[in-house]
Design a protein around this ligand. Structure first.
Ligand code: K7E
Ligand code: CUA
Length: 632
C-alpha cells in the first residue's frame, strides 16, 4: 500500500517557465493598480503548470494523514463555513467531516432556523457569513468551553457550547457593518473583540450617508460569558483581522484602508496603512469614568478617532495588511502584507513605550521579511518559525522569526526557509494549536479558494480545496486534498484532549429554561406529557414524548386555522439515538436529540388528516414511528 515509490510517473509539479510567466503577469497587474489578486491565474481550466501539470501528492500520503476505520483523529478542526453561515467540525489529520453546526443559517436536517428556540436567537435572520472561529481560552490555551464565530453579513457574534456542540447565544453588535475579524482574550474567557470592516455613518440614521469623510468603524468588546456588548472604540479606518495578546493588555486590528476610500482605487491609494493597537486598560478606565458617548442605541462608545491617543495607537505597516497573528510565545504580532510582499513583525514588549510616547509607533516593527506575493495569514509551529499563506503565488512560505529580525538589523541572513506549492490561491492557514501557547508544529492547513483541476468537475460551482500539510517531515509536504463547500475562511486545529463533549442532551442552558417555563405554565412534565393543550382560540401546544420506535401519542386533534407548537421530548437514554418530528405538508421538521427537547411552531390552515413521522433512523421499526394529526 503506502510506498515512497509512486506506481506511475508523477508529472513535474510546477513547470518553472509557465509559472514565472503567470507570476509576472500578476505582478504587472498589481503594479498597474488593477485588482489583479492573481485571479488571472485562476480562470483557466489548466493548472498553472499547463496541461497535465497538476502535482499529485506522492502515495506516501496514506501513511501520514490516513486514519484507519474505527480509529479517532488526534485533533478537532473547527472550520468557519463562510457564506453557508455554519461551522464545520473536522477530524485532523483525516479531514473527515464530523459535524456541521448550523449557526447563521437554516438547516433542514436539524430544523435549526425553524425551531422555536433557534428562531428566537436568530430573530428571523437565517442567512449569514461566518469568517472567523476561535475557541475560548484560559491561561493562553483552549479551555474547551466555547467557540465564537462572527457573522459578517449581519453584525453578529455567535457562541457554540462545546458540551453540546450547539449554538447557545447570539449577540448583536451595535453600530457595525461587515463585522469581520474577531478574537477572544487569551488569559481567560474575557472579552471577545470584534472589528467592523466597513466604515459607515455613525449613527447610521440617514445622516452623513454621502460623506465618507465622516464614516467610522467600531472595535467592539463583547463579554464572552454574558454575550453583551461592553464597549466600542470608534476609529477612522477600516478594520480587517483581529488578534489579542496573551496577557489581556492589548487587542490588534489591521487597517487596510487608511485612505478612507469608498472605491477600489481610493482604498489602494496609500503605500502605508496601519496596525491598530488598542489599550484595553485605558479603554476600560475611560468607560468606568463615564468618558463615553452614545452612538445610536449604544452608550458605551469611546471616541478614538483622529489618530494616536491613549486608547489606540497606529503602527505603520506596508500597503493594505490583512492577517494579524500572535506568536505562541506571546512576543510578536505578525502582520501579513496582502498588497505588500512582506510580513511586518511587531515587538509587543515595545507597545507600552509606544503608548507612553517614548518611541515612535513604527519603532515597534522589528522585522519585515519578503515572503511572496499576496501574504494573507500566518501560522506558527512553536519552534520559532512562521508559515504564511501567499495568495497570489499559491504557496505556503516557511520563515524564521529570529532570522527575519537579524536581517532587519542588517545581517546577511535569509529568513525564508522553504516554500511549498498549494492548489490554488490560499486564503487562511492555521496549524495545530497555533493560536495557543501550546503550538505543536504537527499539521498545517492551507484553505485554498480554488480547486480548479484537483477534483472531478461539478458544473460552474466547484469545491474549494483545504490542503493538509505535514510539518514534521524534512520538507513541508502536502499530504491530503480536502474538498470544502464554499467558502470556509478560517480554521483552528485543537488537540482532542481539550474538548469534552457530553454524550446526551444535558437539558441545561437557555433552551431548557424556555421549555421548563412552558411546562410549568401548563402544569406538565416534559418527560411524561402526551397532551394537546389549548392556549387560546387559535393556539395550541402539543407535548409529546418519543422513544424508539414510537411517539407517546399517535393521534392528536386540532382545528383548522390553529397555530400549533409541537414540543417533543426524546426519553430514550441511549447514546446516539436521535428522533425527529416531521409533519407532512407543513414545512415542519426538526431533530430531537437523545434526552433532549425541541419544539417547532406551525400554522395548520386546512382540514384533513396529516401523518407525522420520525425522519431520523432510530430502530428497525423506524418507518413505523408515526402518527396522525386530525384537523377538524
Ligand atoms: Cu482572510 Cu474573512 Cu479571515 Cu477570508 S478573511 S481569506
Ligand atoms: Cu424515531 Cu426514527
Amino acid at each position: 500500500m503506502s510506498s515512497k515509490t509512486p506506481s506511475r510517473p508523477i508529472p513535474n509539479p510546477v513547470d518553472p517557465d509557465s509559472r514565472r510567466g503567470f507570476l509576472t503577469a500578476t505582478a504587472a497587474l498589481l503594479g498597474g493598480g488593477a485588482v489583479a489578486w492573481g485571479l488571472t491565474s485562476c480562470g483557466s481550466e489548466d493548472s498553472p503548470s499547463g496541461a497535465g501539470g497538476v502535482a499529485p501528492v506522492a502515495h506516501a500520503e496514506k501513511s501520514k494523514a490516513h486514519v484507519a476505520p474505527g480509529e479517532h483523529d488526534d485533533y478537532y478542526g473547527f472550520w468557519s463555513g463562510g457564506q453557508s453561515g455554519e461551522i464545520r467540525v473536522l477530524g485532523i489529520p483525516s479531514m473527515r467531516e464530523l459535524k456541521r453546526i448550523p449557526v447563521f443559517n437554516f438547516d433542514a436536517a436539524t430544523g435549526w432556523g425553524a425551531d422555536d428556540w433557534s428562531k428566537a436567537l436568530l430573530k428571523g435572520r437565517i442567512s449569514g457569513d461566518t469568517h472567523h472561529v476561535h475557541l475560548s481560552y484560559t491561561d493562553g490555551t483552549y479551555d474547551g468551553r466555547y467557540v465564537y464565530v462572527n457573522d459578517k453579513a449581519s453584525a453578529r457574534l455567535a457562541r457554540v457550547d462545546l458540551k453540546q456542540f450547539e449554538v447557545d447565544a447570539i449577540a448583536d453588535i451595535p453600530n457595525s457593518q461587515g463585522t469581520h475579524g474577531i478574537f477572544p482574550q487569551r488569559h481567560k474567557t474575557g472579552l471577545v473583540l470584534c472589528n467592523s470592516e466597513f466604515r459607515s455613518p455613525q449613527p447610521n440614521d440617514g445622516r452623513d450617508m454621502d460623506d465618507p469623510t465622516k464614516y467610522a468603524a467600531m472595535h467592539t468588546a463583547i463579554d464572552g460569558e454574558t454575550m453583551q456588548a461592553v464597549w466600542q472604540v470608534m476609529v477612522n479606518g477600516n478594520m480587517d483581522l483581529c488578534a489579542t495578546d496573551y496577557e489581556g493588555k492589548y487587542s490588534f486590528a489591521t487597517c487596510y484602508n487608511s485612505e478612507g476610500g469608498v472605491t477600489l482605487e481610493q482604498m489602494m491609494g496609500a503605500d502605508q496603512d496601519w496596525l491598530y493597537v488598542f489599550n484595553l486598560a485605558n479603554i476600560q478606565a475611560a468607560v468606568d469614568a463615564g468618558k463615553t458617548i452614545t452612538v445610536g442605541d449604544f452608550d458605551k462608545v469611546i471616541d478614538g478617532r483622529g489618530g494616536d491617543n491613549e486608547f489606540v495607537q497606529r503602527i505603520p505597516v506596508p500597503k493594505s495588511p490583512h492577517g494579524v497573528n500572535i506568536t505562541p510565545d506571546g512576543k510578536y504580532a505578525v502582520v501579513s502584507g496582502k498588497l505588500s510582499p512582506t510580513c511586518s513583525v511587531v515587538d509587543i514588549s515595545k507597545i507600552d513605550a509606544v503608548f507612553a510616547g517614548s518611541i515612535k509607533p513604527r519603532d515597534a516593527v522589528v522585522a519585515e521579511p519578503e515572503v511572496g506575493l499576496g501574504p494573507l495569514h500566518t501560522a506558527f509551529d512553536g519552534k520559532g518559525n512562521a508559515y504564511t499563506s501567499i495568495f497570489i503565488d499559491s504557496v505556503m512560505t516557511k520563515w524564521n522569526i529570529d532570522l527575519a529580525i537579524k536581517q532587519f538589523n542588517g545581517e546577511a541572513v535569509e529568513p525564508v526557509l522553504e516554500k511549498v506549492d498549494v492548489h490554488y490561491q490560499v486564503g487562511h492557514t492555521n496549524a495545530s494549536m497555533s493560536e495557543t501557547k501550546e503550538a505543536d508544529g504537527k499539521w498545517l492547513v492551507a484553505l485554498c479558494k480554488f480547486s480548479k483541476d484537483r477534483f472531478l468537475p461539478t458544473g460552474p460551482l466547484r469545491s474549494e480545496n483545504d490542503q493538509l500539510i505535514d510539518m514534521t517531515s524534512e520538507k513541508l509536504e502536502v499530504v491530503h486534498d480536502g474538498t470544502a463547500y464554499p467558502e470556509p475562511h478560517d480554521a483552528v486545529i485543537v488537540a482532542k484532549d481539550k474538548i469534552h463533549p457530553e454524550k446526551i442532551a444535558t437539558r441545561t442552558g437557555s433552551r431548557y429554561e424556555m421549555y421548563e417555563k412552558w411546562a410549568a405554565e401548563d402544569g406538565v412534565d416534559l418527560k411524561t406529557a402526551n397532551e394537546v393543550i389549548r392556549k387560546g382560540p387559535k393556539s395550541v401546544r402539543v407535548y409529546m414524548t418519543s422513544q424508539a420506535p414510537s411517539y407517546g401519542m399517535t393521534e392528536m386533534r386540532v382545528k383548522a386555522g390553529d397555530t400549533v407548537t409541537f414540543v417533543c421530548t426524546n426519553i430514550d437514554n441511549v447514546e446516539d439515538l436521535s428522533h425527529g418530528f416531521c409533519l407532512i405538508g407543513h414545512d415542519c421538521n426538526m431533530v430531537v436529540n437523545t434526552n433532549g427537547t425541541n419544539s417547532i411552531t406551525v400554522k395548520i390552515p386546512n382540514k384533513g388528516m396529516y401523518w407525522f413521522y420520525c425522519p431520523w433512523f432510530c430502530h428497525a421499526l423506524h418507518l413505523e414511528m408515526r402518527g396522525r394529526l386530525f384537523v377538524e
